[in-house]
Design a protein around this ligand. Structure first.
Ligand code: IVH
Length: 669
């Protein structure tokens, strides 16, 4: 037992270290498989001593714990203030003047500038260096106890250590903003829509909804993250500036936004405010402004607060991303899989720095739920790179001329009957529907898929109309002459496209899989498949069971893949693609898959792992394990008192490894 307890301690420290490398520093030192191995070992040990040891600090608790009935309300030790706003350069300059007036001095003042994340403010309370309580802001004095949920965020350290220079106070409060990145937000909403649940209106609501789950295992599945920006409870002695606070936060293991900057004049602040506003749409999370803080803590103390906002800080807000406009009409688009999507044509407006003229309304249910009508004045929003959304109708602006939207009974592209199965979506189920084919080809050539440059929607439309292509494979049989028959194509542009098509013939396997547009197989799933299967052939012939073995592939996806490859028309297209010379490149070689293509048989007892562990390790490194020896076996690993398998291997002349050879091979020795 003693040894196990030491190992538990060791594993916890090791995992905490690797969590920091991965989640905070974005610079992992070990592979995911190795990390999983550490985690599994720890889970196993903790299970063995269940009830006998304290697991509240263990990294295994990041997965969540039993649901609560409700959240408790608790007080913050130091109140959480809010910020006064500035909406223009003038108001920022006024903020600077106020400081001079209050201090009765024209001395220089330095500032720290921080992006203002649009998420949920939280207070992380550390007692003697241990994360004990996590609260939402609430009314500023007391918030909801969401500790268990915050524990699922990998970038919140469970323990922080004192480090040179700054003594750790008994009670330390770290403030930060919990958020959901825009990509994660989009994925979450897609998932919700496909499950018939209402999508979140924006990443902020999604983050709030995820953080306020009574069942923390749900929170654990949402990729929430946090940027920290303040520490309360540390005496002035410890920190002389806000900049030093940020640096210490980072050294303690908290994430600090990399876009924080220092400035020595207000003009510099204003320049950076505009720079951030310009970069806003490219950031992977939403920000709604920039916070300017007086850097010196001594000056901060002198300046104090009015009401609930400090005089030493201000939130410089960006132009609002919510605006009102009018739904002029609603079009229905047919997607790659036949789903009919209503899209609002909006009277064009500026929001979040971009012009908005269309917004998807998702499906009929969504339109009904929001009670949107053609002619309605609506609130639309767009922030970061999030697709514009219609938030709600302004019912008070109705004059009676608004019309309700009805989903057409037939496909707007091919006229086939539209069906509504047990899901929110209406679908055209005609496989020859031109709109679906067009979308399939657009997807096939898109970036992230075959990445064929220069083939826009218009060109694809024309090719389909002229019937020089009917499916993605036909692209590879096009000649320059075929293209010259299309409008707006000259020798040069036609030649360029032929070259672009030609040079797309050796895509990475994952991109090729993604390009096929198999339902439920997005970019991530394609990558998982490409890591597991070495070539198209083995993927195409994989059974449902074989697919379910792949980490991250569930039943719906497995069934969709099998269905795709069993369809005769798809097989034909694949054959034509291969005949045209498409050669997807395996991604299983190289560093991440050192055992790619190697097959193993284990016989006899192993000292370092169980059979299942050994199998996991081989598979994680790209190899395969089978239970019997044949000519196809690459290596037989012979442990203690091996059986007949060893004899057979010798007879067949197959390489035989000791456990220690195997350890070397997998880099453990
Ligand atoms: S400082 C006195 N810094 O903005 C300190 N707040 O209205 C007050 N926020 O509730 C907070 N990023 O949710 C601060 N870098 C940042 C921030 C930030 C986002 C949010 C926070 C707070 C609100 C203030």
């Amino acid at each position: 037992m003693e040894q196990d307890l030491l190992r538990i301690d060791e594993l916890r420290t090791l995992i905490a270290y690797h969590n920091r490398r991965y989640y905070q520093l974005d610079d992992p030192e070990i592979s995911d498989a190795e990390y999983d191995r550490l985690m599994n070992e720890l889970l196993g040990l903790e299970k063995r001593y269940a009830g006998q040891i304290d697991i509240s600090d263990s990294p295994t608790q990041r997965v969540g714990s039993e649901p609560l009935d409700k959240f408790e309300t608790k007080y913050h030790h130091t109140p959480m203030l809010s910020l006064a706003n500035a909406f223009s350069d003038e108001e920022i300059i006024e903020f600077r003047h106020r400081i001079s007036r209050f201090l009765a001095s024209n001395d220089e003042v330095s500032f720290v500038m921080e992006p203002k994340l649009d998420g949920i403010a939280v207070n992380l309370i550390y007692e003697n260096g241990r994360f004990e309580t996590g609260l939402t802001r609430g009314d500023g004095s007391a918030g909801e106890d969401v500790t268990r949920n915050l524990r699922t965020l990998h970038s919140i350290p469970f323990k922080i250590d004192h480090f040179s220079g700054i003594a750790l106070p008994d009670t330390l409060e770290i403030r930060g903003e919990v958020y959901l990145g825009t990509d994660a937000f989009k994925i979450l909403n897609k998932q919700r829509i496909s499950e018939g649940m209402p999508p979140f209106a924006n990443p902020r609501n999604a983050a709030a909804g995820s953080l306020r789950q009574l069942d923390s295992s749900i929170t654990a599945r949402r990729p929430l993250d946090i940027y920290c920006y303040a520490a309360a409870g540390v005496d002035g002695e410890g920190f002389s500036t806000q900049w030093a606070v940020l640096q210490s936060l980072q050294r303690w293991g908290f994430r600090v936004n990399p876009l924080v900057r220092r400035a020595s004049t207000i003009d510099e602040c204003i320049r950076y405010y505009h720079e951030l506003e310009a970069r806003r749409k490219d950031l992977p999370y939403e920000i709604d402004g920039m916070v300017i803080k007086v850097d010196s803590r001594a000056l901060q103390n002198r300046l104090g607060a009015v009401a609930r906002s400090p005089r030493w800080a201000i939130a410089c807000k960006f132009a609002p991303s919510q605006v009102t406009t009018v739904i002029e009409s609603i079009d229905v688009q047919v997607g790659r899989t036949g789903v009919l999507t209503p899209v609002a044509n909006l009277r064009p407006v500026q929001a979040g720095g971009v012009m908005i003229s269309h917004a998807t309304l998702h499906n009929q249910d969504e339109i009904e739920k929001k009670d949107l009508r053609i002619g309605d004045t609506v609130i639309v929003q767009r922030a970061g790179d999030v697709i514009p959304q219609v938030v709600k109708a302004v019912a008070s602006k109705r004059n009676g001329s608004e019309k309700e939207f009805v989903m057409p009974a037939t496909c707007p592209s091919c006229g086939a009957v539209v069906v509504k199965l047990d899901e929110a979506a209406h679908r055209c189920i005609n496989m020859d529907c031109p709109a679906q084919i067009k979308e399939t080809i657009k997807h096939f050539v898109s970036r992230g898929a075959m990445d064929i440059d220069g083939l826009g929607e218009k060109a694809i439309m024309q090719m389909l109309e002229r019937q020089i292509i009917r499916n993605p494979a036909d692209l590879y049989y096009l000649t320059q002459d075929d293209l010259l028959t299309l409008e707006r194509f000259a020798e040069k542009s036609a030649a360029n496209i032929v070259t672009a098509i030609d040079s797309s013939k050796t895509p990475p396997l994952s991109k090729f899989i993604y390009a096929l547009g198999i339902r439920h197989v997005g970019e991530d799933t394609s990558r998982l498949l490409a890591q597991h299967f070495s070539d198209m052939e083995s993927l195409m012939t994989a059974s449902r069971e074989a697919l379910l073995i792949v980490k991250g592939i569930g039943e719906i996806v497995a069934e969709s893949i099998v269905a795709f490859f069993s369809q005769a028309s798809n097989q034909l297209i694949l054959r034509r693609l291969m005949d045209a010379g498409i050669r997807p490149q395996s991604e299983r070689t190289g560093f991440s898959a050192p055992l790619a293509g190697m097959s193993f048989v284990f016989t006899g007892g192993l000292a370092h792992f169980s059979r299942n562990e050994a199998k996991d390790i081989v598979e994680a490194k790209g190899g395969s394990v089978s239970s019997s020896v044949s000519k196809a076996t690459g290596y037989v690993v012979a442990g203690d008192s091996p059986g007949s398998k060893l004899e057979k291997a010798k007879k067949l002349g197959i390489a035989i490894l000791t456990e220690s050879d195997f350890l070397k091979m997998i880099g453990r020795k």
